[in-house]
Design a protein. Sequence first.
Length: 220
Amino acid sequence: MESNKPVIGIITSRTCPTCGHHEIGYETDTGEFYPLRPGDRIGVFPKSPSPGLMEAGRTVSPKDWEQPTENAFGTIPWVPDPLRCHKVLRCKYGVLNHTHVPDENMSPGMYEIAYRQKLQELITQEIYTPLSVIFDRYFSAPHLASGDPKQVVDTMWEELEEIRRPAENMGEWLGNRDTESLEKMIHPFSIQELTGETISDEKLKQELDQITLEDFLEML
């Protein structure tokens, strides 16, 4: 999408109202149809990712999916419970849960999507310092600043291990949820340092909204 915001829907098909050809796409719970195009990023869910979406022509409201506290997608923050008590770690790993999946259903793939979206939003919000200056300062790579926010993130993802590492570490922890993967994820901090106050979703979202691109790169 032009806005680079995730759109959630159910895969369906229709006859194009313009030319009459058959096309595949996805329909949102508001009835909007979006055709699938080469290069689109998609996420596949075993169940409906949010109550109220259409499935097989009917509205579904699975009991095991919590109703979002706000209507707009992208307003619910997510970070693993062990990291909620450490500000640097929760700001580094915290993302906006666009799909509103319960904590226990967060997968490595879904986290990577949310993490990359976080990077795009941080880049979009950077209006005072040229991106080329920032990337030269942290990575000696001003050429990474070329293109729109999505293209910049894709290039960073391909070229910079520092950018990929948090998502890779989180993916490993989500797959195992063991002490070893937790220690690897929070390095150079230790598990003994995870003793601060656990904050609410509202406070976490405020912190995530306040960090800048340079704040985030410092955390890496």
